[in-house]
Structure formats: structure tokens, C-alpha cells
Design a protein around this ligand. Structure first.
Ligand SMILES: C[S@@+](CC[C@H](N)C(=O)[O-])C[C@H]1O[C@@H](n2cnc3c(N)ncnc32)[C@H](O)[C@@H]1O
Length: 233
């Protein structure tokens, strides 16, 4: 069951991604030119998406894939082009609208089913693979791990996700964010140490059916994110 802290944070994220940052996010995830700092973030995010996609089989025909917190749908689109049936879900209806427009002309072996809602919803059914790119980085590590365990229970092969590693730069940005007036700030990213995250995962009930697989940290300007893979034993 999602905790109160998870639900509160999800509400803040909905407001942020559906209102405050909707157009910025639409632009960042498009081909439109962006300023220097944002260009480094875009490059980092492109590298992260490529990494997560490279951890999936080349041929995804017949596989059911969840893009958990899909945003404007770039990862979902690429997985569908490789044959997957992708369920792409996000809490922000505005981002799902953008994603639907961008995939309107998608042709390929697979397909994407976009949905507005919570990635944690068990009604989404079972998946072969789940990918959550930068969509759990704003939650408390304990909530993140609980969501991962819920997703893993319904996953037959792998769950790949990213976390914000606790680095001096990210910790400083996290601390500085507290000085901004509440209404102006983005919901802060919650950095977590890799060792601490691994121990939380190991201690979470149900996770013994999974082992940690590949992992990779990507750093590009202001973008730092660390991908990890959980594979069913
Ligand atoms: C940083 S964006 C990343 C979007 C996309 N994965 C990408 O990499 O382009 C985080 C996304 O996660 C979504 N999100 C956060 N919590 C969610 C939840 N509980 N269920 C579904 N989507 C969620 C947000 O609305 C937002 O679109």
C-alpha cells in the first residue's frame, strides 16, 4: 500500500509536471533548441534512455513492457518500435496528451497504450519488463523501494529504474532548494546513497525473487542519475 508520504509527494509531482513545468518538459523532450545547461541535461537523459533500452532484448515482440512514469513517451515509443506492447502510464494528463500526439503516426510491430494514473496500480496487470526512468527520484527511498517491490511482484523478467545518487553536488542542491519559497520550487529530488539503497532493496519482503543486475551512473552537466536493474532469479 502506498504510504501517506508517497501520496503527498505524488500530489506535488502531479501539480509540478502537469502545470508548473509542463511546457518546459515538453520542450526539453523535443528536438527544439535549448540553452546550455538544459542541453547537457538533455544529453544525459538521452544517454540514460539509451542505456535502459539497451538492457531490454533487441526483439521485444510479444513482450509486455511498462513505462512507469512515461512523461512524453520517448522510451515507450522506442520499445514499441522494437515490437513491444507498451503500457505507458503517468500521473500528469498534460504530458500524456503530448505523448499521444507524438506517437500518433507511430508505425511498427508493437504498440503503446498511454494511460493517466499511478504506476503502482495493480490493475495494470503483469509485465515482462518494467522501466522507470527518473520517475522515482522524488520519493523517499523507503517509498521508492516499496513501489519497486510492488512492481517486481507483477514482473516476470526485469525491473530497471533510476535513482539520484547521493553526491556532494546533489546534496548541496537539495539543501539550497529549501531556501526557495515553497510555491516556486520543483519537488526536490531525494538523493540516496547506493549502498543504502541496495540494503533497503535486500531487506524488502518479496525482493528475494530478484537479484541486482547491471547498473550505470550517468553524469552530464546538471544531470546525474544512476540506473539499476533487478532481474528475476
Ligand atoms: C522526471 S520525469 C521523467 C519522465 C520520463 N520517464 C522520461 O524520462 O522522460 C518523472 C515523471 O514521473 C511521473 N510520475 C511521478 N510519480 C508517478 C507515479 N506515482 N505514477 C506515474 N507517474 C509518476 C511524473 O508525472 C513525471 O512525468
Amino acid at each position: 500500500m502506498p504510504t501517506a508520504t508517497y501520496q503527498t509527494r505524488r500530489g506535488e509531482l502531479l501539480h509540478y509536471f502537469d502545470r508548473t513545468a509542463l511546457r518546459t518538459w515538453e520542450r526539453l523532450t523535443s528536438d527544439a533548441p535549448v540553452s546550455g545547461i538544459r542541453a547537457t541535461v538533455r544529453a544525459g537523459r538521452d544517454a540514460m534512455r539509451a542505456t535502459l533500452l539497451s538492457w531490454l532484448p533487441d526483439d521485444l515482440s510479444g513482450r509486455r513492457v511498462l513505462d512507469a512514469g512515461c512523461g512524453t513517451g520517448a522510451l515507450a515509443m522506442e520499445a514499441a518500435l522494437r515490437g513491444a506492447h507498451v503500457v505507458a502510464i503517468d500521473i500528469a494528463p498534460g504530458l500524456i496528451d503530448v505523448a499521444r500526439q507524438r506517437t500518433a503516426h507511430l508505425r511498427g510491430a508493437g504498440r503503446v497504450e498511454f494511460m493517466v494514473g499511478d504506476m503502482f496500480d495493480p490493475a495494470l496487470g503483469r509485465f515482462d519488463h518494467v522501466v522507470a526512468m527518473d520517475s522515482l527520484i522524488h520519493y523517499r527511498p523507503e517509498d521508492t523501494v516499496r513501489v519497486l517491490a510492488g512492481l517486481a511482484q507483477r514482473t516476470d523478467r526485469s525491473v530497471a529504474f533510476t535513482f539520484a545518487p547521493r553526491t556532494p553536488l546533489l546534496s548541496a542542491m537539495h539543501a539550497a532548494g529549501r531556501f526557495f519559497p515553497r510555491g516556486d520550487r520543483a519537488p526536490s529530488i531525494v538523493p540516496v546513497g547506493e549502498a543504502h539503497l541496495r540494503s533497503l532493496i535486500a531487506a524488502e519482503p518479496g525482493m528475494d525473487a530478484f537479484e541486482l543486475g547491471r547498473h550505470r551512473r550517468i553524469r552530464s552537466g546538471f544531470y546525474t542519475s544512476h540506473a539499476m536493474e533487478l532481474c528475476r532469479r
